[in-house]
Design a protein around this ligand. Structure first.
Ligand code: SF4
Ligand code: SF4
Length: 344
């Protein structure tokens, strides 16, 4: 229980299920305090899954019209803009059956890293396409099933029309959505591709001790865990594993949009991660995790270590924030359009 700020506050999953009446609006509010990280289900010998229960409560609130969207305005606007025509782009070159789907956070905070990564991936998959849009995970997690399905089906329809069979993801949330709802699409993370084929960009050699924070949406993706560790070994880092890792990793604090209503709880999860790292810098593979964990302990994205010169894990890699992230995404879209016209 001490590994989850929600359970520390409310008791075990069994106690929560037994003592609460989820038809009572007072108790239903609890469903929005869980980060939906999935750790309970991963470790429970009795197969209890509070995540599924809380997601169902959220879905019911939306369906019955009792969901209060006001605290989530900012994240929902982020999603709506991310999948708008202004920010979306499907670059599917001739013969393309595989696309790179960087998500929203990486292009917004690290547009140059995103471009370099795309260039690198194209060395391994020459007819690789790229798709800029949002996977709508925020709507999914808030129980807005119709919004999520509509948005996600639109992406799948474009993929089907363009002959796309494989999607390469950088964002753990997008990865999770494509694996869960992708209807047979093959889904690989970019970390698996980089680990399998190597990185030809000039990479500054690393060194010293670090710990890997596995993002919770990928707790059931051992291929990504191994790939990231393989890349870090090649970069020269000594990895010291934290007690909670891979399948039993802890939430960074970003999940389930908890931060919109309980920022202190959210920070509590990040604090647990800081304690387990015992002063070592954290390396992770999710822009959201870097943002959250970086508030309490030095944390770096593995793609910064690979694609930004002279990187070290305890260095503060500046990333774009706020409105600038939207500008970055527009500029990246324009750059991609120019590349496609010039055949670059
Ligand atoms: S935050 Fe994770 S560990 Fe805590 S109750 Fe929710 S699913 Fe379980
Ligand atoms: S899940 Fe991925 S694509 Fe969706 S909002 Fe988050 S970062 Fe963006």
């Amino acid at each position: 229980m001490s590994n989850c700020t929600f359970l520390t506050r409310h008791g075990t999953p069994r106690a929560v299920a037994a003592a609460r009446d989820f038809s009572d609006p007072k108790d239903r509010g609890m469903a929005y305090e869980c980060s939906l990280c999935g750790l309970c289900a991963a470790v429970c010998p009795e197969g209890l899954d509070p995540c599924a229960l809380f997601l169902e409560v959220r879905r019911h609130d939306v369906a019955s019209g009792t969901f209060d969207a006001r605290p989530y305005r900012s994240i929902l606007n982020y999603e709506t803009l991310g999948r708008s025509r202004l920010f979306s782009r499907y670059e599917l070159p001739e013969g393309c059956d595989t696309v790179f789907f960087p998500g929203c956070a990486l292009p917004g905070t690290r547009p140059t890293v995103t471009s370099r990564l795309y260039r690198q991936l194209r060395q391994h998959v020459p007819s690789l396409g790229i798709v800029l849009t949002c996977c709508a995970k925020p709507s999914h997690d808030l129980g807005r099933t119709v919004h999520f399905r509509t948005a996600f089906e639109r992406v799948l329809a474009r993929f089907a029309a363009g002959g796309v069979k494989t999607v390469l993801t950088a964002c753990p949330n997008c990865t999770r959505m494509f694996r869960q709802y992708g209807r047979g699409l093959s889904v690989l993370t970019v970390y698996e591709i980089l680990n399998r084929h190597g990185v030809t960009e000039t990479v500054a050699p690393g060194g010293g001790e670090i710990s890997v924070h596995d993002p919770c949406p990928l707790r059931d993706h051992p291929e990504a865990h191994s790939a990231v560790r393989g890349l870090l070994t090649d970069l020269g880092y000594t990895q010291v594993e934290m007690p909670h890792r891979k399948k039993t990793t802890l939430c960074c604090g970003e999940g389930g949009a908890v931060g919109c209503i309980q920022p202190r709880n959210s920070r509590g999860w990040a604090e647990l991660r800081r304690q387990e790292s015992e002063g070592r810098p954290l390396v992770t593979y999710c822009a959201g995790c870097v943002h959250f964990l970086g508030q309490v302990t030095p944390t770096v994205h593995i793609l910064d270590l690979i694609f930004r010169a002279n990187g070290t894990p305890d260095k503060d890699f500046p990333v774009s924030k706020g409105p600038l992230t939207y500008l970055n995404r527009l500029l990246l879209k324009l750059r991609l359009m120019a590349m496609s016209v010039s055949g670059e």
